[in-house]
Design a protein around this ligand. Structure first.
Ligand code: F6P
Length: 559
């Protein structure tokens, strides 16, 4: 990356943002009636409409100048060549190999300087997964008592939970054709464990322990609790029939006592938040069916090919990323809202939070130097229309500008066409209200037309003004199915990679989460029964922590 050229591009963007009227979206439409068509780019039925932003010709030029200065095309080639783009961990980021069809060769660099056939390794493991899923579904593989498995519980956290959970829910919510009922256990909170097993029959329950590292405290604790629950009900000898492991750490899996044929592996070139396409997605296939899992991979691969091959100016992940850079770096928007107008995608923002914030929440460059610009915004979201009745007030009228992504399928999978039209009307209305707002003159005219007294108009009109010029992207596709869902998630994965490239950071590591994990390990002994007060025998890190431990113990009558 040419950092000084990137800084020049950013300076140009900031200057462009400060032009008088530069953020007037309505004025851009007035000047260019063709704007909606010009700023909409498609891949088959999937379109990305960026017309409701203040991106104009000069802004676009400066954004692409930044992409050139950051050598985005070189980064993209290195990514697909399996180069160690995860610089701090010396690893490739080759999740695309998990979705590559037969016959496609994708290699991944290894830390020792060699490389391996990533797509081939992924395909071989996928064949084992398919055989396993088929055996469970057709009843060849049963629990220890000979009963069929009716429920699957995925035990995992972070990327070993969010992606699989979002996709499983999206493909099974409200459907009668789900193959098994899936539950998800992530938190170390015992309440989560109780909720996950509530009403389940151990004899008919299959547990998947999903953990890339197989060392994660929450997952280890929950797996041990599940193991004890099965053993208590069915006997120790039954345990093996009810557990499967999904991991890169085959030694740790063996130590847990899971037989090799019950282990589905993947490699270090799959980051945790990109692992739903790997064996970590087994719960998706068990719950929704193998064909749907395969279609999900196919959809993601379609986006991979588009991202790899399309010119930057027609490239959906690139354009979505550049719009984000404009909003975040030039306009100073610190947050970003994701509104999927689809109840089946109600947990999508949670997955995108990890994909974006764990990937790009960084403050040093690849070379260890301080990042000279803002990196990842705070991502939040809820399904539309529910969001409209909670936080959207702030998005419409709050002092901060919060860009929004509207995500919507044109056709629903239910027989209530009126409901879907109403849902879509709300999505489009929100985008319009944010972009074009309602000025005071319009508010006053409307109030006067409805017969409101002049004094009352004076009193209320300022409160009813919606300033507009609040940007959004509209992402529209025909139908939410496994293929389009895979494509949508891969769109965001690549968007994040593009932004990481422009910001010059490592999007594929996550060192920031380690400190808390370490400290929790050190604090736990101080919470055990009999631990001495004030950390006399157990080292705690600081006076504030000692004090809160003391209060905690006092409330439990242990002080
Ligand atoms: O908390 C950070 C993290 O390492 C995530 O990156 C990962 O998705 C999650 O923990 C779970 O890790 P694992 O799959 O190794 O249990």
């Amino acid at each position: 990356m040419n950092q000084s050229a990137c800084s020049d591009a950013l300076a140009r963007l900031v200057a462009l943002a400060q032009r008088p009227g530069a953020q007037r979206i309505g004025a851009l439409f007035a000047a260019d009636p063709d704007r909606a068509r010009r700023l909409t780019v498609s891949l088959d039925d999937l379109s990305l409409d960026l017309s409701r932003t203040a991106i104009d010709g000069p802004v676009s030029e400066a954004l692409f100048a930044w992409a050139v200065a950051a050598d985005l095309e070189g980064f993209r080639s290195r990514l697909f060549a399996g180069a160690p783009v995860n610089v701090t961990e010396r690893r490739a980021a080759m999740h695309m190999a998990l979705r590559a069809p037969a016959g496609v060769r994708l290699d991944a660099a290894l830390a020792d300087g060699g490389s391996e056939d990533a797509a081939g390794i992924a395909a071989a493991e996928r064949a084992r997964m398919q055989a396993f899923v088929t055996a469970v579904h057709d009843g060849h593989l049963r629990g220890a008592t000979g009963q069929r498995f009716t429920h699957v519980v995925n035990i995992g956290i972070g990327g070993s939970d969010l992606g699989p959970r979002v996709v499983t829910e999206a493909l099974t919510l409200g459907r009668t054709d789900a193959r098994m009922e899936a539950r998800f256990l992530a938190n170390i909170d015992g309440h989560a464990f109780e909720a996950a097993i509530a009403g389940l029959d151990p004899a008919q329950t299959l547990f998947l322990i999903a953990s890339k590292s197989f060392t994660t405290q929450e997952t280890a604790a929950n797996a041990a609790a599940a193991r004890a629950w099965v053993a208590a009900a069915l006997g120790e000898a039954a345990v093996g029939a009810h557990f499967v492991a999904l991991s890169t750490n085959l030694n740790a899996v063996a130590a847990f006592g899971i037989a090799p044929e019950r282990v589905f592996g993947f490699r270090d070139w799959v980051g945790g938040r990109y692992s739903l396409w790997s064996p970590v997605g087994l719960v998706i296939a068990l719950a929704a069916g193998w064909d749907k899992f395969q279609a999900l991979l196919d959809g993601a691969w379609a986006m991979d090919c588009h991202f790899r091959d399309a010119p930057l100016g027609q490239n959906l992940p690139v354009l979505l990323a550049l719009a984000g850079v404009w909003h975040h770096n030039a306009l100073g928007c610190a947050t970003h809202c994701v509104l999927a107008y689809d109840e089946r995608l109600r947990r999508l923002p949670a997955h995108f939070q990890q994909v974006e914030m764990e990937s790009n929440g960084k403050r040093v460059m690849l070379d260890g130097g301080k990042v000279p610009w803002a990196t990842a915004p705070v991502i939040f979201g809820e399904p539309g229309t529910s969001a409209q009745h909670s936080f959207m007030q702030l998005v419409h009228q709050g002092p901060a500008v919060i860009p929004v992504d509207f995500i919507l399928a044109a056709e629903p999978d239910h027989d209530r066409p009126d409901a879907h039209r109403a849902l879509a009307a709300n999505a489009f209305a929100q985008a319009a209200a944010l972009a074009f707002g309602r000025d005071e003159a319009a508010v006053r005219a409307e109030m006067a037309a409805s017969g409101v007294a002049a004094e009352e108009i004076d009193r209320i009109a300022p409160h009813r003004v919606c300033p507009g010029d609040r940007p959004s992207a509209v992402i529209l596709f025909r139908r939410l199915d496994p293929f389009s869902l895979g494509r949508l998630i891969a769109l965001y994965e690549h968007k994040v990679a593009v932004q990481g490239c422009l910001w010059g950071i490592d999007s594929f590591d996550q060192w920031g989460v380690e400190l808390g994990k370490q400290l929790a390990g050190g604090i736990l002994p101080a919470l055990q029964p009999g631990a001495t007060r004030r950390g006399a025998t157990v080292a705690t890190p600081d006076a504030a922590t000692e004090a809160v431990i003391e209060r905690f113990r006092a409330l439990r009558g242990e002080a």
